[in-house]
Design a binder for this molecule. Structure first.
Ligand code: ATP
Ligand code: MG
Length: 461
């Protein structure tokens, strides 16, 4: 269909970039980029004029591109172009060009291959820069001089690490050196773009690999200094603490074996973020990080804001995970009381399973025996959680008596007294003093009211 239309218009046409790479890798991709020697918009119009299937064509005149959606396929048409860059911006000046020029401006050799869709040589691979060989050797390399390639568009440095992490490839030595010397230029890229790539790194099978590269290349300190600051080991009186960057990465990799959830992975990444700020050496106890979970949770909104991550329930979820990440450990070390388990269920709500997954990933001892012991302890905590949950149904729990109930019963206005009684009821249930039932809570409320000099006006059931 494309071949026919392009033939009619006498415009050579090629599929290029990610789709070709993924085809050779045996990965399925529904995003297709088509380069035309001529006008991509014209070609797209020609194709859709003969289409009977349901589709949506969007034209972007300013960019000279057309986007065609058919089912879950997304096909982008663009005329071949060449680019030139200025020092202060990653937005190039674009002019029409040849296929060769178009391909040479692409970021990596593995993304710089094309397949002809023309009648005379349909299906033949155009690979000027050895992309196929680099795919086989699992290598990220730029078609042209890496120093210029990364300097022209510093986002490519993030993309290099992203592809290396996603595909488990190596970055070519010259490329890596070029990234190191251009690292500070990442500043001209918007944080949203950086985070797009960073999130793809986080979602790769072993994100630790990408994060180590980001740090080693000097990129991490540029856009995420808080994470970079976890790196390093201090020694006092012969006592060293563990390197919290490598610990964090191991936790993240452990967790990534269990879940693809981006925000749970973010929680692992940030769980110890306040360790540098809370670090102390105490002659008796050695290195401590008292309260790092509280300070860490406090830091989350600021970090999300700076990194232009969503400031919605995702942020609150990560903040909660960071705040609670030590609680199951405390439970596993002490004799577990019902009330401690109830409290954790009440505070974690539906996120309790994610929290347990995070805690289990947080075990990074080198001692196999210790790991087994910790996991066994966590298994006990999980059983206890299940038992209490079945008994008390405390997930997303609302106390059986509300503030309105209290005001109505004692005929009082909103104020301090309502709060005092409400808290007392909640605490009594969590501590197991009274059962989680309306009748018991009501009687308890009346008693608490009396202590404050209140008498019930009305009985509710
Ligand atoms: P993904 O699987 O993430 O979609 P992709 O390689 O298709 O990977 P896109 O961002 O969709 O990535 O880009 C499509 C193609 O455009 C790339 O394969 C590459 O040839 C080219 N490209 C994208 N971004 C850049 C860039 N910053 N510099 C140079 N070429 C780029
Ligand atoms: Mg793509």
């Amino acid at each position: 269909m494309i071949t026919q239309a392009a033939g009619d218009l006498n415009m050579p046409v090629y599929v290029v970039g990610g789709w070709v790479r993924d085809l050779l890798l045996g990965r399925n991709s529904k995003d297709i980029d088509i380069v035309v020697i001529g006008s991509g918009i014209k070609l797209a119009h020609r194709i859709t004029s003969g289409l009977t299937k349901k589709h949506k064509l969007s034209i972007f005149k300013n960019f000279g591109t057309a986007n065609l959606r058919i089912g879950d396929w997304e096909i982008e048409f663009v005329g071949a172009r060449k680019e030139s860059y200025r020092a202060d911006s990653r937005k190039p000046i674009v002019e029409d060009g040849s296929l060769e020029e178009d391909i040479s401006r692409r970021d990596f050799t593995i993304n710089a291959m094309a397949i002809s869709l023309n009648q005379n040589d349909f299906g033949s691979l155009i690979d000027h820069y050895g992309g196929k060989k680099d795919l086989e050797n699992k290598l990220i390399r730029t078609p042209l001089d890496p120093l210029i390639t990364y300097s022209d568009d510093p986002l490519r440095m993030m993309r290099a690490v992203r592809f290396a992490s996603q595909l488990d490839f190596k970055i070519d030595c010259d490329s890596f050196e070029a990234i190191k010397s251009n690292a500070s230029r990442i500043k001209i890229v918007s944080m949203e773009r950086i985070m797009d790539e960073f999130n793809k790194i986080l979602l790769s099978p072993s994100p630790g690999k990408g994060l180590k590269m980001l740090r080693a290349a000097g990129l991490l300190s540029e856009f995420f200094p808080e994470l970079d600051a976890l790196h390093g080991v201090e020694v006092v009186d012969g006592k060293a603490h563990k390197d919290n960057f490598f610990h964090t990465i191991q936790v993240l990799d452990n967790l990534s074996e269990k879940t693809d959830d981006l925000w749970l992975r973010w929680s692992a990444l940030l769980h110890d973020i306040a360790k540098p700020a809370t670090k102390q050496f105490e002659p008796e106890a050695g290195w401590t990080f008292h309260g790092h979970e509280y300070l860490g949770a406090k830091m989350i909104p600021g970090i999300f804001k700076k990194l232009k991550l969503p400031l919605n329930e995702k942020m609150k979820y990560v903040r909660k995970m960071v705040l609670l990440h030590l609680r199951p450990i405390v439970l596993s070390q002490n004799i577990v009381t019902d009330s401690a388990v109830r409290r954790l269920l009440f505070e974690a709500g539906d996120d309790i399973d994610d929290l347990m997954t995070l805690c289990e990933a947080d075990i990074t001892s080198a001692n196999e025996h210790k790991i087994k012991q910790y996991l066994k302890n966590f298994q006990l905590v999980r059983e206890k959680l299940k038992e209490i949950e079945e008994k008390d149904r405390l997930r997303n729990w609302q106390p059986p008596i509300s503030g309105e109930d209290i005001m109505e019963t004692f005929d009082i206005k909103p104020g301090k007294q309502v709060g005092i009684i409400k808290t007392a009821i909640r605490e009594a249930i969590l501590e197991g003093e009274i059962p989680n039932e309306k009748k018991a809570a009501f009687d308890f409320m009346v008693k608490q009211g009396k202590k404050l000099g209140l008498t019930p006006k009305k009985v509710i059931n």
